[in-house]
Design a protein around this ligand. Sequence first.
Ligand SMILES: Nc1nc2c([nH]c(=O)n2[C@@H]2O[C@H](COP(=O)(O)OP(=O)(O)OP(=O)(O)O)[C@@H](O)[C@H]2O)c(=O)[nH]1
Length: 140
Amino acid sequence: MSTGYPLLLVVAAALIDSEGRVLVQQRAPDRSMPGLWEFPGGKVEPGETPEHALARELVEELGVTVAPSAFSPLAFASEALGERHLLLLLYAAREWRGEPMALDASAIRWVNVEEMRTLAMPPADVPLVEALAALSLVPA
Ligand SMILES: Nc1nc2c([nH]c(=O)n2[C@@H]2O[C@H](COP(=O)(O)OP(=O)(O)OP(=O)(O)O)[C@@H](O)[C@H]2O)c(=O)[nH]1
């Protein structure tokens, strides 16, 4: 069945540090869904693989370098987003080069699952947080 809405393919990363915390960033006031916390990432551009798109986004948004082969698929979300249908692929990465900086977002934070559950996040992210918790990749 067709919704008539174009598919929006977005990739995002759960960067997991040595203590099992995950990096989240806060959307800037001038973006859609301002102030919400999300996983760093963005749209896959034509001709890009999802992993190369994610590596590019992490350079642009955080100034960190991740080898595309270092991303492990973790979970996905599929849901309506305005006039589009969002397909959000979440990957995990435990290795990167550089110290993450909020180059694009208002702020970044390292959080555990309990803290993540208290943050206002886009609707698509809520089940992704639970998928992270269920995989026991990060401490509850
Ligand atoms: N990076 C990222 N995007 C997310 C998450 N959850 C979620 O719904 N999204 C949505 O996926 C899209 C990502 O696009 P983007 O980051 O390249 O673009 P953007 O904010 O400029 O998009 P916009 O055109 O909606 O303003 C946005 O519509 C964003 O709201 C998430 O955890 N991380």
